[in-house]
Write a new protein. Structure first.
Length: 400
């Protein structure tokens, strides 16, 4: 009986660990790091990034019972990011998740909310979001369970989703709210799972539109048709993407494709008053060679306002193969850093955690990862150090 209980609990923990987060966003070939909830909370001096901080160290979700509470806005206990990145209105942003379970199916929805000042210090409860895309069933004609959904498209494109910033929106500082809603348990009350992610943007351009938005706590109700939905009926019913209507001129989703990374950028720190009416949508960036190291090169992007610097970098083509209803391979070129890199806005990254190396690591605490200086032996029995990603391993229960 004990073994059965431990095995079941381990299966649940494994499922939780499989949930993901947006690890980076790419604008015109320049990659900017997102917030890593499995690593940054344990660092004494984590990097300043454009993704909002959250307390979702378990990679969990927000349930419908919390849709009226602040956690639904940008995830659990979310706080504004310390930096932002510039993007031209009309450009597309590629958001790449670190992982996503293929058993989870549902819509992908994107919103913008003006900060009316620096997003780095905005009160999230005052943000009013307007919808700029919202994709549900990728193949509405498919009636067999569980169907083919927007997140299936995202997985087939190397865990990447493209969202277009409307060309019509006026310049300013905005929070981009990107969200997947998993429906695998949504046939019952409080069963849907929301995974919102937020990023600070400085939008430049010549647009004049200022759409009316909705408070984050008013976006959804637990009984909305797109929240309470049964994936497993055949024929499958039609699906209505939850939330407010798309703004005028927006489409349910941008044309999806993989996005090549040619350089890495860092978040811009400090408030920028966006007054310029035009900006170049092209981004100048370093393209590392494929077989030899290059000297340190600094290039700036007129579109994103950040300096992308690589030092002795080589590029590696990484094929990403995903499985699903429509499986295909996409190749993304990423720069591999072989020495320290500098940027116009740098921050010290420390992975030192307050865990002495001589101590036994308790259940559910960190026990390994790149540059980890703490303990690696778990206690008590039936607990083992389980790999989560290159930077984080956790003591979890195992059957014994």
């Amino acid at each position: 009986m004990a073994n059965f209980y431990l095995a079941g609990l381990l299966a649940c923990l494994t499922q939780v660990a499989a949930h993901g987060y947006v690890k980076n966003i790419v604008i015109n070939g320049v990659s900017f790091q997102g917030y890593d909830p499995t690593v940054f909370p344990y660092q004494s001096n984590p990097p300043i990034v454009i993704g909002w901080t959250t307390s979702q160290t378990d990679l969990g979700f927000v349930d419908p019972g919390s849709f009226g509470a602040p956690d639904i806005i940008c995830h659990r206990s979310a706080k504004p990011a310390g930096g932002h990145v510039r993007v031209a209105a009309g450009d597309s942003i590629a958001l790449t998740w670190n992982t996503w379970p293929d058993s989870h199916h549902g819509p992908i929805i994107d919103y913008l909310a003006p900060c009316n000042g620096p997003c780095e210090s905005v009160d999230k409860t005052t943000l009013r979001f307007f919808k700029i895309d919202g994709a549900g069933k990728a193949d509405p004609a498919a009636t067999a369970s569980p169907g083919y959904w927007a997140d299936d498209v995202m997985m087939a494109d190397g865990l990447t989703w493209l969202v277009k910033i409307p060309a019509s929106v006026k310049p300013g500082n905005y929070v981009l709210r990107h969200e997947i809603i998993a429906l695998h348990s949504a046939n019952q009350a409080n069963g849907a799972q929301a995974y919102p992610q937020c990023f600070n943007l400085e939008v430049v351009g010549s647009g004049t539109d200022a759409p009316t938005g909705v408070l984050g706590t008013d976006l959804y109700k637990p009984t909305d048709p797109g929240i309470l939905y049964n994936l497993y009926t055949t024929p499958q019913p039609s699906y209505t993407v939850p939330g407010p209507a798309l703004i005028a001129g927006a489409s349910s989703s941008a044309a999806q494709s993989s996005s090549a990374i040619t350089a890495s950028g860092t978040a811009t720190v400090g408030y920028t008053s966006t007054t310029s009416s035009t900006a170049s949508s092209s981004s100048s960036s370093t393209k590392p060679t494929t077989s030899s190291s290059s000297t340190s090169t600094s290039t700036s992007s007129s579109s994103n306002g950040a300096t992308a610097t690589t030092s002795r970098s080589t590029s590696t083509s990484v094929p990403v193969t995903t499985t699903g209803s429509s499986s295909r391979t996409s190749t993304t070129t990423t720069p591999t850093q072989t020495s320290s890199s500098s940027s116009s806005s740098s921050s010290s990254v420390s992975s030192t955690a307050a865990m002495p190396s001589s101590s036994l690591v308790p259940l559910y605490q960190q026990c390994g990862g790149r540059n980890w200086g703490g303990g690696t032996q778990c206690a008590p029995t039936h607990v083992a150090c389980q790999y989560v990603n290159d930077y984080y391993s956790q003591c979890t229960l195992v059957a014994g």
